[in-house]
Design a protein. Structure first.
Length: 111
């Protein structure tokens, strides 16, 4: 499928793990997206989806709920809701839930 789509919340797409879950929205499998991907990550207090990492391709993380310790390159700072992090290609980045509620954020990547 290679056309515009409305992609609703669908629990059947949820990928649970010990630290929380992710739910893919936009990718090639869901709607035929060839250049972009979007997913929601939900992380438990004190946890992170994975250790800080770097990769090819730019990435944006947009915090929806909770408090996070954000790492971008050599810097670490605490951020709250409605904050965007732009991660350039091959720059170390990651989020850790440093609050006492669930951390919810969007991840937008070029694939």
């Amino acid at each position: 499928m290679d056309n515009p789509n409305v992609i609703p919340w669908d629990e059947s797409r949820k990928r649970e793990h010990d630290r929380g879950y992710s739910l893919p929205y936009v990718n090639q499998a869901s709607c035929g997206a060839r250049e972009l991907a979007l997913h929601v990550s939900v992380i438990k207090p004190g946890e992170r989806a994975h250790p800080p990492h770097a990769h090819a391709g730019e990435e944006i993380m947009f915090l929806l709920e909770g408090t996070a310790e954000a790492t971008i390159g050599e810097e670490t700072q605490v951020i709250g809701p409605y904050t965007a992090l732009f991660c350039p290609e091959n720059v170390l980045h990651g989020l850790r839930n440093c609050g006492d509620t669930l951390l919810k954020y969007l991840v937008i990547r070029r694939v």
